[in-house]
Write a protein that binds this ligand. Sequence first.
Ligand SMILES: [Zn+2]
Length: 346
Amino acid sequence: MQDKMTSRERVLAMLRREPVDRVPVISGSAMVAEYIKKSGGVFPDYHNDSEMMANAASLMHKDAGVDNIVVPFGMFVESIALGLEVKMGRIDIQPSVKGFFEKPEDVNPDPDKFLADPYVRATLEATELAKERFPDAAITPFLVGPVTLSGYLMGVQKLADLSCKSLHQEEVMDEIIEWFSRALEINKIYARACIEAGADVLYYSDASASPNLLIPDFYYQVGVPAEIELGEFIHKLGCPWELHICGDTTPIIEGMATTGADCLSVEQAVDMAEVVKIAGDVPVVGNVTPLLMIDGTEEQIREETRRGLDGGAKASKLGCGTPSPSSPERLKQWVKAVADWSAEHL
Ligand SMILES: [Zn+2]
C-alpha cells in the first residue's frame, strides 16, 4: 500500500482521533546502541552533544521506519540541570538520578539557568536539528512527568512514603503540594522551550505514578491534577502531549484518561483490550514487549504487534521505550507487522 500521509501527519491525525492511512509506529525513549555507533555517537557525549543525539535518534525514523524521532535518551535531564547527582550509566544502561533535595526551597527554578544547562540545550538543539532535517517525522521530546519529577526532587523513597500518609494528613499534603509546584514550574519552562524548538508532540513519562510505586488514590488526588495543569499549559501553546505510566496501569487508566492527554501509553503488563475499553475516546498506544526487539523471532514480533492492534491500540509502541540492545532488523520487522495489519484492517 502506498503511504498517503507523512509520518508527522499520521501521528498528529492519530492524536486528533482522525483517520490514518496506516497505524502509526512510535517510540518512547530510544537509546539504541547500534544506531548510536552507526551514526558516530560516543558515550557519554551523545547525551549532551546535539549533533550526535539527533543523528542517532533519527535512525529510528530513517532506518527502522518508526514515525517519530525521540530526544533525549533518558529521564535525567531535568534533574541534572537542577544540580542533582546523576549516574551516567553506559551505552546499554540509562542514566539514573541519584541525588535529591532536602527541602522544596532548595530547588532553583530560574529559567535562564535551567535552559543554559548543556543537557537541556542539547535536547532543544537536537529537536531543532531533527525538525530541520526530517520535517516529515513527528519530532517528540521525551520529558519527565510531574509526579516522577517531584519524586526526583524529594527522593523517590520519600515520595512513596509521603504518598501513603498524605491523604489523611493536611500537613503532609502541604509539603507534597510544595514539591509538586516546584516540579510543575520546571516542567513548564522545559515544555515551552521544547515547543519553541519545534516539537510536534511532547512525550511525558510519569513512570513513578505507577500503581507499583504509589497507591492509586494518591495518583487520583495529586498526580492527575498535576498532569492536568501541565497538559492545559501545553495545549495553550498549541502542542499535543502523550502520557506514559509504567507497570500495570489498569487501576488508574480511568484517571489517566481524564488528564486531557492526547494519547495514553501503556506497558506490556496491561491487557490492551481492557484498557482501551476503560479509556473510552482517548487513544491508547503501546504494550508491545520491548525485549522482543532484542531476541524475539519475527513470528513473535508479528503476533504481539497484532495482538495490541486487535485490542484497539491506536498506535503501535513498545511498552516502556526501545531497549539499547535492540536490533535494527527486529525494529523493521515490527514496523512491517504494523503496515501489514493496517493493509488488512484500514
Ligand atoms: Zn514505562
